[in-house]
Design a protein around this ligand. Sequence first.
Ligand SMILES: [Zn+2]
Length: 141
Amino acid sequence: MDLKDELDFITAKAKQLTDTGVRKADEVLSISKLKLRCVQLDALIKAKYTELGRTMYGMVKNDSSDADRIAQAVMEIDHLYKKMAQYNARIEMMRKIVTCPVCGTKNKFSNTYCTGCMHKLVSTDEEPEDYSYTPENDENE
Ligand SMILES: [Zn+2]
């Protein structure tokens, strides 16, 4: 493939990507990336638990105390869990799901009220671009 052919190929590929909707592709990629990170975090948490178990084992075996190391490991595990919760929240956000802060029901982003408890859902500042609100068609008839 010479340089001109290569450039043509790249241009064609770029156009193809634009035509098929880059935004949608990005969205899917990001969700799978986030999911992958959750899997990695999960593996990391398991590794931390193993490490913690080994520390505890060593403590009992050697009749020693290493409270600092244990506290550190617990803190790290908590941190990893928090991070995972953040990723999960972002995945939900990208899937346009809103979790009710009162009852925990998962609602569609477009819902004004929670289907579980009728709590008014406050829309966040990160609105999906295709979400359009038309007040004139709302309850006026
Ligand atoms: Zn609710």
